[in-house]
Ligand binder design. Structure first.
Ligand code: HAX
Length: 437
């Protein structure tokens, strides 16, 4: 057993006992009342999930095990003093609840590089059998499902493993899966956009640096951006579509590949992770229609109004929980201002930021008029040469694995049951509130 796994279960067992004790002693305490509006508006604010990896505050944004993004950038290990934190460090923090040392992060980089060596050939055959024109998220997802032939969890379950030990094969599967995602994503990227000119992994590199390398970007600048991208997209507490779905499917004791694949299908929705690609389509359409790549702020305002008037959303703006500018947007803007202040796309992102919140407020219905993570991430990637928009959601997915799969291990440590909320008919709701048609 590796030392991280040993540490995990040493921390995990008492936590699992605590959860059981809480439930036994306080199980009948009412923690919240739920309104009809909450049910009909997508369960907004209904507390119904136990998630330990991160927590989202509407005003402050995300905190990973208590640490905000600026704190993570200061405290997590980096390869260089002026670099970005390594995603390996964030994974360690989310898994164990404590900050890692440089050695911990090095252990994870090496462990993942080793595990990534054994992707079975049929996974690449499955990808190759899908048309290149298929969206990268389709190719990514079939590859994830194809990897489930390797599932430790499925094998252990069939062998009759004691359920108290389910966390162990889940950990092994999660570590394998995370280690392999950069190879899969880079393979799809090179297959679709670089004429199948594949680049071998370099096991001496860190997880995100290796992804940039296999995609064909060997500069320190792109690797630094990739580390930042992989850290900020990793988790957004438990209720977002990709996290919730992964957790829900895992609750049926589906293996990590099935569970994560389900989450990725949710990430591919335009109101969730696919928004990062749609922002680029929207900006491109604006430049095409206006016939310039440096429109005036007034032109941007008019274009945004036209989008709303045509019954469409402005991608990259709004959020179901956040009520301020997303700190994941802010950190990317700071990064851009520091390294590429004159990039035309970044200038456009700033113009959009100047006018869109006010226009959304004027609709009188948008609860959060501020930009989310997707309002800038594509423009940043594109400014660094990763210009192929359709891969942006897949890169988001590689990062999201870190958070949702860590939580999946904890779900099995806690021994959480199959999830099964109650639904009701319209008649039931009408009767409940005393409404007579
Ligand atoms: N543009 C136009 N209208 C918007 C809007 C936007 N950016 N954001 C919200 N609205 C509208 C809603 O469509 C809704 O309209 P109706 O009442 O006519 O249905 C109304 O304002 C109230 O919505 P809300 O309560 O403010 O927002 P929701 O919690 O329902 O939805 C969304 C949150 C993120 C889905 C929404 O803001 C949206 O569609 N944004 C654009 C897409 C986007 O950027 N998605 C990525 C979100 C972050 C993420 O998950 N990244 O992966």
């Amino acid at each position: 057993m590796d030392y991280i796994k040993e540490k995990l279960i040493t921390i995990g067992r008492p936590q699992a006992e605590l959860v059981k004790k809480l439930q036994k002693e306080y199980g009948d305490k009412v923690i919240q009342e739920v309104t009809l509006d909450q049910v009909f508006s997508g369960m907004r604010g209904v507390v119904s999930l136990l998630t330990c990896t991160s927590k989202l505050d509407p005003e402050e944004g995300i905190r990973f095990r208590g640490y905000s993004i600026p704190e993570l950038r200061e405290k997590l290990p980096k390869l260089k003093e002026d670099g970005e934190p390594l995603p390996e460090g964030l994974f360690y923090l989310m898994l164990l609840g404590e900050l890692p040392s440089h050695d911990d992060v090095k252990f994870l980089s090496q462990n993942w590089a080793e595990r990534a060596k054994n992707i079975p050939p049929h996974v690449f055959n499955v990808i190759d059998s899908v048309p290149k024109s298929a969206h990268p998220m389709i190719q990514f997802n079939v590859a994830i499902l194809a990897m489930s032939t390797e599932s430790h969890f499925r094998r252990a379950f069939l062998a009759g493993l004691d359920k108290k030990e389910y966390w162990d094969p889940m950990y092994e599967g999660v570590m394998d899966l995370i280690s392999r995602l950069p190879i899969i994503a880079a393979y799809i990227y090179r297959r679709v956009f670089h004429n199948e000119q594949y680049i071998d992994p370099d096991p001496s590199l860190d997880w995100a640096g290796n992804l940039a390398h296999m995609m064909g970007f060997d500069s320190e600048e792109v690797k630094r951006l990739m580390r930042l991208y992989m850290v900020i997209h990793a988790d957004h507490e438990g209720g977002n579509v990709s996290a919730h779905t992964t957790h829900l499917v895992g609750s049926a004791l589906s293996n990590p590949y099935y569970s994560f694949s389900a989450g990725m299908n949710g990430l591919a929705g335009p109101l969730h992770g696919m928004a990062n690609q749609n922002v680029m389509h929207w900006l491109e359409k604006m430049m095409d229609e206006l016939g310039t790549d440096s429109p005036t702020t007034e032109q941007v305002r008019e274009f945004a109004k036209k989008t709303l008037d045509s019954g469409n959303v402005i991608p990259g703006y709004g959020h179901a929980v956040l009520r301020k500018t997303d700190p994941r947007f802010t950190v990317q803007l700071d990064f851009a201002n520091k390294y590429i202040p004159d990039a035309p796309l970044i200038k456009l992102v700033k113009q959009v930021y100047e006018v869109v919140p006010e226009i959304l407020v004027q609709t009188g219905k948008v609860k959060n008029p501020w930009p989310n993570v997707d309002a800038i991430s594509g423009s940043l990637l594109s400014s660094y040469g990763i210009t192929e928009y359709p891969v942006y959601t897949m890169l988001f997915g590689v990062s999201r694995a870190l958070g949702v799969l860590t939580q999946l291990i904890w779900d099995r440590i806690y021994g959480l049951p199959i999830e099964r909320p109650k639904s009701q008919t319209l008649d039931w709701f009408m009767e409940k509130v005393g409404f007579k048609a």
